[in-house]
Design a protein around this ligand. Structure first.
Ligand SMILES: Cc1cc2nc3c(=O)[nH]c(=O)nc-3n(C[C@H](O)[C@H](O)[C@H](O)COP(=O)(O)OP(=O)(O)OC[C@H]3O[C@@H](n4cnc5c(N)ncnc54)[C@H](O)[C@@H]3O)c2cc1C
Length: 403
């Protein structure tokens, strides 16, 4: 494969959003030999840079898509680029807490064309996956630029899209959106949230159990993250309380391809109808592990129904029950990070973006990979290939590179 040149930001001024993602505001990426737009953070280039496909996000979904674009003959930088606003390779994995070791993640799936072998199960998954993605980007010479923030995607001219970014504008013929969910932690609203004198944080900022030593911790949420938090916090905390809206659904026994397909089909059906995708756990249930069995026997997984309000010193139920707390940890999930697509008006009345496969029903130039049914490592892999196949059909051929 021809070697693509990737120009790097020379100077970066950074700000941090609420999940700790570092975003570039002005930059020194020049209008360079690689054909990318230049910007000094003030003046935008008069004309956006044309290219065939722009991939937003360099997690599992974006890298899988980029791999398939290369295989189809799209030229790095001139034919396609991948933009990511995180500071390093790894997608959202780079932000996950240090005690989420590689051995604790369930079902990490290798990217196409390169196995992830020999990883130490005791090493943080943020390091393992970060290193693996970095090696992958190098091995396939994928044109990933970071940190570059995509602020909007809208209809452009000549049938192209217009993509606004922190380093200038692009005019692709198609966009693969692979922005995941990590940047949009979901905090439900409950009365008294503002008056609680203790600490509140979301999974997106969970630092590991040591920060909770000797404290009384309420964990909110019925997903895998909530359970993982509880298991490790219970080892060091003065007390833990688990609250969920619905009784958690524990699953024991094998979860084979058939069960996987059934779960994906349920989410797919919702997304086809333009409804917001549901969480994976809501369709698969919580896989019961030995550590969870032990925690259940010790009472750590005795779940209470959702409290009705927070008070200054804890959480309270309308029936008079009250639990004192120093910390409320909201393990309440994430939503798709797709605000930048708002100008395209892809949303249906049901609140979601209707997809046919990975293609947005309202705009065939836009594909969402890692959204809804493909929001898993294995799903994102497959969806990357499917999106590129369809885009290739739509565009005909990659635009030939000028000699
Ligand atoms: C705690 C946790 C554990 C999980 N464990 C597993 C597991 O064990 N197995 C599994 O299959 N799945 C797991 N998942 C789901 C997992 O997130 C997906 O499987 C997969 O890794 C997501 O890949 P992605 O590429 O869609 O998203 P991400 O990895 O989130 O990548 C999206 C990228 O897009 C970038 N981005 C976002 N918005 C913009 C923007 N506007 N401009 C530029 N860049 C942007 C981000 O910087 C990020 O790098 C887990 C999820 C969580 C929250």
């Amino acid at each position: 494969m021809p070697r693509g040149k990737i120009s790097r930001a020379a100077q970066v001024s950074r700000s941090v959003n609420n999940t700790g993602v570092v975003r570039e505001r002005g930059t020194g990426v020049g209008r360079a030999a690689d054909g990318g737009p230049g910007s000094d953070g003030q003046a935008r280039p008069t004309a956006p840079t044309p290219l065939d496909v722009l991939v937003i996000g360099a997690g599992q979904a974006g890298l899988s898509s980029a791999y398939h674009l290369r295989r189809r003959g799209y030229e790095p930088n001139t034919g396609f680029v991948v933009l990511d606003h995180s500071p390093a390779p790894g997608g959202a994995w780079q932000f996950r807490w240090p005690t989420l070791t590689y051995g604790k993640v369930h079902g990490m799936h290798a990217l196409p064309g390169m196995e992830l072998t020999g990883a130490d199960p005791e090493r943080p998954s943020s390091e393992v996956i970060g290193a693996y993605f970095a090696a992958y980007e190098r091995a396939f010479e994928l044109p990933v630029r970071r940190p570059v923030d995509v602020s909007s995607v809208r209809d452009g001219t000549d049938g192209r899209l217009l993509v606004r970014t922190s380093v200038g504008d692009w005019a692709p013929r198609a966009v693969i959106n692979a922005t995941g969910t990590w940047d949009r932690p979901f905090w439900p609203r409950y009365p008294g949230q503002e008056t609680f004198a203790g600490r509140q944080l979301h999974t997106a900022r969970y630092p590991g159990p040591a920060a909770f030593a000797g404290q009384r911790v309420v964990v909110v949420g019925g997903g895998t993250s909530a359970v993982q938090h509880l298991l490790e916090i219970a080892e060091v905390a003065a007390a833990t309380t688990w609250v969920t809206r619905r009784p958690p659904l524990f699953r024991s026994g094998p979860f084979g391809p058939e069960e996987g397909r059934a779960a994906v089909a349920m989410v797919e059906e919702r997304v086809r109808r333009g409804l917001p995708p549901r969480s994976v756990v809501s369709v698969t249930g919580l896989p019961m592990t030995e550590a969870m069995e032990r925690a259940r026997a010790a009472g750590v997984l005795d779940r209470r129904p959702m409290f009705d309000r927070l008070t200054r010193s804890g959480v309270a139920w309308d029936d008079g029950r009250f639990v004192e707390a120093d910390v409320v940890l909201w393990a309440t999930g994430f939503r798709p990070a797709v605000e930048h697509l708002a100008p395209l008006r892809l949303r249906e009345a049901g609140g979601g973006i209707a997809l046919d496969g990975t293609r947005a029903v309202r705009d065939p130039r836009v594909h969402l990979v890692g959204y809804g049914p493909s929001a898993s490592a294995i799903g994102a892999n497959r969806a990357g290939g499917a999106a590129v196949r369809e885009i290739h059909r739509l565009l005909g051929q990659p635009t030939p590179v000028a000699a």
